[in-house]
Design a binder for this molecule. Sequence first.
Ligand code: MG
Length: 251
Amino acid sequence: MRRKPILLQWSLLLLGGIFVTHCAQDDQGPDPKATEVWQPEPVVVIPGKLTAPPSDAIILFDGKDFSHWQHKDGEPVKWELKDGAMTVVDETGSIYTRQGFGDCQLHVEWRTPANISGNGQGRGNSGIFLQNRYELQVLDSYENRTYSNGQAGSIYKQYIPLVNACRKPGEWQTFDIIYTAPRFDAGGKVVSPAVMTVLHNGVLIQNHSELRGSTVYKGEPEYKPHSDREPLMLQDHGDPVSYRNIWIREL
Ligand code: MG
């Protein structure tokens, strides 16, 4: 048999030595298995392609009907349903999910009108209200200055978005929201505030923002106790803003 070259022999010897030393070290100290956690096993979820919903999402709007939605008085939705999207019809009122939600991951696609009219808060204004009272602002903020804590992606009058990730009017945009509902004690006092993290078109714009209370136009926000699950609301602010592909994962 041919002898192995001397360099290879030495290399094998060295590697063997490292291996033995390593094993000897692992024999000392606590058992690494003691810190392995196996339960619960995270449920396997198939991620959606692009903005398609993942397998465990509740589909709130797929462009076909308003079955998950109603107006405040329980009336059928009077917004326009066309080409897989719904569009605000002025003065018909905001719409609410029939189901209430608490902690959630929410995906919403929205589009402000291609035909620009108005300015500031009067251009493509709508809003996504978590639990019927905490507004994430929808607005045409593409080259349309308004107060920073009222532009698209602001938590209205409470948090300025980290950046302006707005696409042009007429283009579809996404909000991906991770929401933790506020907790109240038996006396109605806030134990922990509502918290929102938001990606706008895939860009982080709200990072664990802790809300100061319900959204208000005037004055300071404050908390009023409410149930664990409240409807999601889309705002009729008079502008023909469109929505599509809305899904939610309860947490
Ligand atoms: Mg609004």
